[in-house]
Ligand binder design. Structure first.
Ligand SMILES: Cc1cc2nc3c(=O)[nH]c(=O)nc-3n(C[C@H](O)[C@H](O)[C@H](O)COP(=O)(O)OP(=O)(O)OC[C@H]3O[C@@H](n4cnc5c(N)ncnc54)[C@H](O)[C@@H]3O)c2cc1C
Length: 447
């Protein structure tokens, strides 16, 4: 059964998120962007409105929403301000490793506090010298009795400067790569934890991004979320569930760029007519909508897979790199439709474009997504079509499909190198085109 309709509850949630986006987020977005500052009051309001943390299971005080609800809400907030959307939904990235782990103690210890006490939690794999190559992390976790001592620097951490808790990935031995990585829940107030200045950025300036220094930070045994050897898989499983959210950020940003463009094109006049009258503009708008719709479908499919307990890794990657690249194309066309005004800070496209540019970088760059998807295709994907040297390209034999003679009246053999097809009971001694020996020929008809 395939159904593209949202449930009444999802529609209600979408409406609530839309109202929050337009009434609370949109009016403050440029002010805080200009100041390069995160609007903490909006984060508090989002907590109160149930816009964030809704995906924490009910058992621990959350609303128990699935990823489908997550992407629906995310698109709306990102349409108003992608930077703030990043900071709002970063809590989900921070607590997702706890939610998907089987560590009941840490779930009970932290998830209710995140909901009730409005605590913020960030996620840290990246470091100053490493981002894409997660297995290459250097931050050390050294066993000391039952505890671990962390030493190292995490960098680029969204909400790093404002988080109460931190999901830190660190390694017992960098030489061990994946096999050495564990995950640890660290509290900001613990001795040895310091956060750096907010990193100045091109866009997403309403989102806090900072480095975290860990110097002899003692993590008690009970705060080990994943033992060394299990942290890398936990990080990757987390990304499989959070990458569709980045796709939803992109859908939201692209959708609002498209909506602003439609409005502007209908009002702006050139050469005696509205620019929306010109096919050059109309085609841009059509392609924008095509990209928004296809991106959203991919994002929803990834969320649907995750909510059904399927492994969403591949669809999550495809949705992320498709939607984020499509959004950049939409933003670029939108800026073109706005002409000179698109390039100014008095119209919304300039900020949307700066904010959207990040989407192809964090949570795995577009290149990393291509590595994941091509790895799947080359190693696991099951083809429907026969292997290339068994494809029955049957040209030039008239009796082949003569129904009276029946299938099999003529046998066809194909050269595996140049593709020549030989008809006869036996394969030829050699290929008349490329001279490959007949033994290599494959029987391709009848099948
Ligand atoms: C604003 C912001 C917020 C962020 N938030 C977080 C956060 O909350 N938590 C966190 O842990 N991290 C976070 N990051 C880090 C982010 O995930 C990394 O920046 C990203 O993974 C890329 O890593 P890098 O910057 O080190 O680039 P590098 O890994 O150094 O890559 C540089 C370039 O080389 C390409 N490249 C690398 N390897 C290959 C390859 N094998 N084949 C082809 N191309 C390759 C990359 O795609 C990229 O284009 C954030 C980053 C930013 C900018």
């Amino acid at each position: 059964m395939l159904d593209f309709t949202l449930s009444p509850e999802q529609l209600e949630l979408q409406k609530k998120a839309r109202e929050f986006a337009v009434n609370e987020v949109l009016p403050v977005a440029w002010h805080f962007d200009e100041r390069d500052e995160i609007p903490l009051s909006i984060i508090q309001k989002a907590f109160d409105a149930g816009i964030i943390n809704a995906d924490i299971p009910k058992k621990y005080g959350g609303m128990g929403y699935g990823l489908m609800e997550g992407v629906i809400v995310t698109e709306e907030i990102s349409a108003a301000c992608p930077g703030l959307a990043t900071s709002l939904f970063d809590n989900s990235l921070g607590f997702e490793p706890i939610v998907i782990s089987d560590n009941e103690f840490l779930k009970k210890k932290y998830l209710p506090k995140i909901v009730k006490e409005r605590k913020r939690i960030c996620f840290a794999t990246s470091e100053p010298t490493m981002g894409s190559d997660v297995a290459g992390m250097q931050c050390r976790a050294k066993k000391d009795g039952d505890d671990y001592i962390l030493n190292g620097t995490k960098y680029w951490i969204t909400n790093g400067g404002i988080a109460d808790y931190m999901t830190i990935f660190a390694t017992v031995d960098p030489e061990q790569k994946h096999a050495g990585i564990g995950a640890f829940i660290v509290e900001k107030e613990w001795e040895g934890v310091r956060v750096g200045r907010p990193i100045p950025k091109l866009g997403q300036r309403t989102s806090n991004t900072a480095g975290i220094s860990l110097k002899n930070v003692r993590v008690p045994k009970e705060n080990v979320l994943a033992e060394p050897g299990q942290g890398f898989v936990l990080a990757m499983k987390t990304f499989s569930r959070t990458r569709p959210i980045i796709g939803a950020f992109a859908v939201g940003a692209a959708r609002s760029a498209m909506e602003y463009s439609i409005d502007y094109a209908k009002k702006r006049r050139a050469f005696g007519a509205r620019i929306s009258n010109y096919q050059g503009i109309q085609f841009k708008l059509a392609e924008m909508y095509q990209k928004v719709e296809t991106s959203r479908l991919l994002v929803l499919k990834a969320a649907w897979e995750a909510d059904r307990g399927m492994d969403p890794t591949i669809t999550a990657s495809i949705s992320k790199f498709y939607a984020t690249e499509a959004a950049m194309e939409v933003l670029n066309d939108a800026l073109q439709i706005f002409g000179g005004y698109g390039y100014t800070r008095m119209f919304p496209i300039e900020k949307l474009l700066r904010d959207t540019r990040l989407f192809t970088i964090y949570e795995g760059t577009s290149e990393v997504q291509r590595i994941i998807v091509s790895g799947y295709l080359l190693n696991y994907y099951k083809s429907i079509m026969p292997p290339i040297d068994e494809v029955p390209i049957l040209i030039g034999e008239s009796d082949l499909f003569d129904e009276k003679k029946g299938k099999g009246a003529v046998t066809a053999w194909r050269c595996p190198v140049c593709g020549y097809v030989h008809y006869g009971d036996e394969a030829p001694e050699e290929c008349p085109y490329c001279f490959v020996g007949g033994k290599a020929f494959k029987k391709v008809w009848p099948r």
